[in-house]
Design a protein around this ligand. Structure first.
Ligand code: G16
Length: 543
C-alpha cells in the first residue's frame, strides 16, 4: 500500500469561516476539493510523524465518504494512529473530549452544525488543536493560504476501512482504533453533575422532553437520559440520527424545532424541554410555555453553578461573545469574578480557558459550555439545567424570573435575514460605517447614541488582534444595536441584527422582548436602511 502523490489545482474558496470550512455537499464533491483542503490542513499543522489524530462527524450525508478519504490521506501523511468514532460518529463536544482525554495531536471534526444536510445540503470540516479547541485564526489563515497554492496531495490506495465494529485495524503503517463515541462523553457528564439528584427528580414525576432533531445527539441522549438517569423512552424525540436530519433544519430554536415547541407550549406540557443541533454543540432550553434565551441561560447557570458537583469551587471567570447580552457580566460582577467579551466563534474562548481565566462561556447563538471541553456543549447545558432544577425544585420560569428580579433583565433578541444577495448585505454594513460620525450623539426618542464602532478584540493571553467582528451602535443607557454578517452560511449572506436593552424595574420584566425592544428595532431599521437595501420586510428567524 504505497502512498500516492496526486497533482491538483487550488480552489479559491477554501477560506474557513466562523467554525471551519462549510460548503454545499455538491461543492465538496468536486474533484479533489475535499483532498485539497485536508492536505492544506496537514501541510499547515505539520504534525510530527507518528502523531495521533481524532476523527469523527455528525453523521450527515457525505460523512462516511469523507472519513474514508481522510483516513487514507492521514496514512499517506505519516500519522501513526487515528481514533475514529464508530460509524464515523462523534458529536463536536465528544470529539473535543476525545482529543483531550487521549492527548491526540488534534482532530478533524466533520459537520456543518445546524445547517441542513443531504445530497443538496451542507457539509463542513474543521481542525481542532491539541487542547480540543477549534483552531485559532493564525492556523485557519495558514490553511487558507496553503489551499491557494496547493499543487499535490498524498493518499493511500486502499480498500475502505470498516467503521461499524469497535476495535483496532490498520492502514499501511497507521493504526486505526474505532472507538465507542458515547461512553467517554457520558462518563464525563456523570463526573460533573449530580446524576443521583437528577434521577430522583425524574423518578418523582418531573417530565423531560429532549429533541435530538434526528441528529448526532440521539445516541448520547438515550444513553444519558434513559439508560443512566431513568427517563422514560418518550423523553427523547427524533432520536434516530438520519443523514438528512429527516429533511429538517437541525437548529434548536423556536422556528426550527416546532414539535418540541408545540409540546412545551401545549396543554399538559412537560416540565422541561430542550433540543440540540446537528453536531450536538448547541442547545435550546424551554420551561412550560417559557423560552430561556441563550444569554439568560448562561447567566442563570453561572449564578447557580455551585449547585453542580463539578463546579462547587465556583467559577474563575465568565466569557461571552460580543453579540451575547451582558446578563452574564452582571452575574460575574456580583460574584466578584472577571468577565470577558470576545468575538463570535468558540475558538476565541480557548486561550482564556487554557490560562484558567474563565470556567464558563456562552454565546447568544445557542452555545454554552465550560472548560471541561473546548467546544460548546448542548447536552452539558441541558444536564446543568436539570441539576439546577433538581437542586432548587422550582419551575424553569420561576428560576429565570427570580434571576431577573435579582440582577435586572437584559431584554434581548436576534433578527436573522437569511439568504440575502451578498452585495445588499454588505451594503447595509457599509452604509452604517459611513454614518458612524454622523450618528455619534444623535438622539432617537429616549435613546442617545454614545458611539459606533466595528468591534475589535485583542486576546489578553497571546495579544493577537481580530478586527471587524460586528458593527455596534452603543447608546448612553447601555442599550445596543449590533449588525453582523454570519460566518457559517453557505448560500448568499445572512445578516444578523442583535438588540439589547437593560431593564432594572421588576414591574416591566414580564413584557414580551419584541415589545420591550420595539423602539430599538425601529431605530435599527431607520439607521441601517435594511428594508430599503434588502427588500425584506420581515426577518427569516426571530429568537
Ligand atoms: C458556530 C461557532 C459558534 C458561533 C456561531 C456563529 O456555531 O461554533 O461559536 O457562535 O458559529 O455563527 P454565525 O457566524 O452564523 O453567526 P456552530 O454551531 O455553527 O458551530
Amino acid at each position: 500500500m504505497t502512498p500516492r502523490t496526486v497533482s491538483t489545482r487550488p480552489y479559491p474558496d477554501q477560506k474557513p469561516g466562523t467554525s471551519g470550512l462549510r460548503k454545499k455537499v455538491t461543492v465538496f464533491r468536486q474533484p479533489h476539493y475535499l483532498e485539497n483542503f485536508v492536505q492544506s490542513i496537514f501541510d499547515s499543522i505539520a504534525a510530527p510523524p507518528g502523531s495521533t489524530l481524532a476523527l469523527g462527524g455528525d453523521g450527515r450525508y457525505y460523512n462516511r465518504e469523507a472519513i474514508q478519504v481522510i483516513l487514507k490521506m492521514a496514512a499517506a501523511n505519516g500519522f501513526g494512529r487515528v481514533l475514529v468514532g464508530c460509524g464515523g460518529i462523534l458529536s463536536t463536544p465528544a470529539a473535543s473530549h476525545v482529543i483531550r482525554k487521549y492527548q491526540t495531536f488534534g482532530g478533524l471534526v466533520l459537520s456543518a452544525s445546524h445547517n441542513p444536510g443531504g445530497a443538496d445540503g451542507d457539509f463542513g470540516i474543521k481542525f481542532n488543536i491539541a487542547n480540543g479547541s477549534p483552531a485559532p485564526e493564525n492556523i485557519t489563515e495558514a490553511i487558507f493560504a496553503r489551499s491557494k497554492e496547493i499543487s499535490e496531495y498524498r493518499i493511500c490506495e486502499a480498500a475502505d476501512v470498516a467503521l461499524d465494529t469497535l476495535g483496532a485495524t490498520s492502514l499501511g503503517n497507521m493504526q486505526i482504533e474505532v472507538i465507542d463515541p458515547v461512553t467517554d462523553y457520558a462518563d464525563l457528564m456523570e463526573s460533573l453533575f449530580d446524576f443521583a439528584a437528577i434521577r430522583a427528580l425524574l423518578a418523582g414525576g418531573f417530565r423531560l422532553r429532549f429533541d435530538a432533531m434526528h441528529a448526532v445527539t440521539g445516541p448520547y441522549a438515550r444513553e444519558i437520559f434513559i439508560n443512566r438517569l431513568g427517563a422514560s423512552a418518550e423523553s427523547v424525540m427524533n432520536a434516530v440520527p438520519l443523514e438528512d436530519f429527516g429533511g429538517g433544519h437541525p437548529d434548536p430554536n423556536l422556528t426550527y424545532a416546532p414539535d418540541l415547541v408545540a409540546a412545551l407550549y401545549g396543554e399538559d406540557a412537560p416540565d422541561f424541554g430542550a433540543a440540540s443541533d446537528g453536531d450536538g454543540d448547541r442547545n435550546m432550553i424551554l420551561g412550560q410555555r417559557f423560552f430561556v434565551t441563550p444569554s439568560d441561560s448562561l447567566a442563570v447557570l453561572a449564578a447557580n453553578a455551585t449547585l453542580a458537583p463539578g463546579y462547587t469551587q465556583g467559577l474563575a471567570g465568565i466569557a461571552r461573545s460580543m453579540p451575547t447580552s451582558a446578563a452574564a457580566d452582571r452575574v460575574a460582577a456580583a460574584l466578584g469574578i472577571p468577565s470577558f467579551e470576545t468575538p463570535t466563534g468558540w475558538k476565541f474562548f480557548g486561550n482564556l480557558m487554557d490560562a484558567g481565566r474563565v470556567t464558563m462561556c456562552g454565546e447568544e447563538s445557542f452555545g454554552t459550555s465550560s472548560s471541561h471541553v473546548r467546544e460548546k456543549d448542548g447536552l452539558w447545558a441541558v444536564l446543568f439545567w436539570l441539576n439546577v432544577l433538581a437542586a432548587r425544585k422550582q419551575p424553569v420560569e420561576t428560576i429565570v424570573r427570580e434571576h431577573w428580579a435579582k440582577f435586572g433583565r437584559n431584554f434581548y433578541s436576534r433578527h436573522d435575514y437569511e439568504n440575502l444577495p451578498v452585495e445588499a448585505a454588505n451594503g447595509v454594513i457599509s452604509h452604517l460605517r459611513e454614518n458612524f460620525a454622523a450618528l455619534a450623539g444623535a438622539q432617537f426618542g429616549q435613546y442617545t447614541v454614545q458611539g459606533c464602532d466595528d468591534f475589535s478584540y485583542t486576546d489578553p493571553i497571546d495579544g493577537s488582534v481580530s478586527h471587524n467582528q460586528g458593527t455596534r451602535i452603543l447608546f448612553t443607557d447601555g442599550s445596543r444595536i449590533v449588525f453582523r454578517l454570519s460566518g457559517t452560511g453557505t448560500e448568499g449572506a445572512t445578516l444578523r441584527l442583535y438588540l439589547e436593552a437593560f431593564e432594572a424595574d421588576v414591574s416591566r420584566h414580564a413584557l414580551d422582548a419584541q415589545d420591550a425592544l420595539a423602539e430599538l428595532i425601529a431605530i435599527a431599521h431607520r439607521i441601517s436602511e435594511l428594508r430599503e437595501r434588502t427588500g425584506r420586510e420581515q426577518p427569516t428567524v426571530i429568537t
